[in-house]
Design a protein around this ligand. Sequence first.
Ligand SMILES: [Zn+2]
Length: 304
Amino acid sequence: MAYIDSVKDSVVLQTPSIGGKSIPSNVTETVLCGNLQCTGGWLQRWKNRTRPYFEGQWACSRNCLSQLVTQAVRREVGSSIAGDEFSPHNHRIPLGLVLMAQGIITPVQLQQALQRQRQRGHGRIGDCLMEAANLSEGQITRAMGAQWNCPMLTLEGFSPERMARLAPQAVLEESGMLPVRVAGGKALYLAFEAELNPAAALALEQMTDLHVHSGLLPSSQYQAARKRLAECKGIATNEETAEDQDSLVKAMVSVIEKQQPVASRLVRVGRLYWMRLWLEGHAVSCIPGESAEDVLDCVWRIHP
Ligand SMILES: [Zn+2]
């Protein structure tokens, strides 16, 4: 077993990689099936060892690919439980108290804002505070940033066309993520409206290999930017539903088998399972290029 592991390691080292996603090398004789339980005895083994790749590993057959995908789906389902338990919401200092501590509003203004919210029976406290104390959107957003311990972002350098290729619209809508810009090819500035979504930000980080910096954007700017992003073309995306985990695995295996990607991977964002496939080596990049034909996104929602 130890011997097999060391052989696998040496294979990984020989494999060139862009952004952590391995690209098959031309020396293909040493590539081993990524399924640890592979017996190599499958009747219909795939001859080409440069494809298909799923999460950095080549599979020798549909059976082995199915094993790799099953493990990935289990991992993502498991992370959903951990993600749901993570609820920083309950531990945040109320927005009104933050503003009062910063000396931006008085206790009387806070009382007035709370009264407005009660009278309406709905509405965000931020809006009521803006009205009661005549605050700007920026002041509210900065105070929310203090609640979440994150900065207030700006739309400087925002390129909707480019950012629309970073993730499918469905994933962005599900999570409230608004990618703003990539700095230095490595750092992604990711905006949210009123609260962060750390689980979704982590998933995007894992999918893109970019280092994600989350922050808040004032509501009006956020909404306007989301609208511009939604009007952009983005990557070809197949959206489907799956009955359960097993059907999800089957659907993923079918897509990978058909498309034979040189790289592919899965992350879960909320209720969505997002698989990205890089169909050609030159297309393997954290943000697909303008002619994004060689990248395919698949998004599944599992029936409740
Ligand atoms: Zn195999």
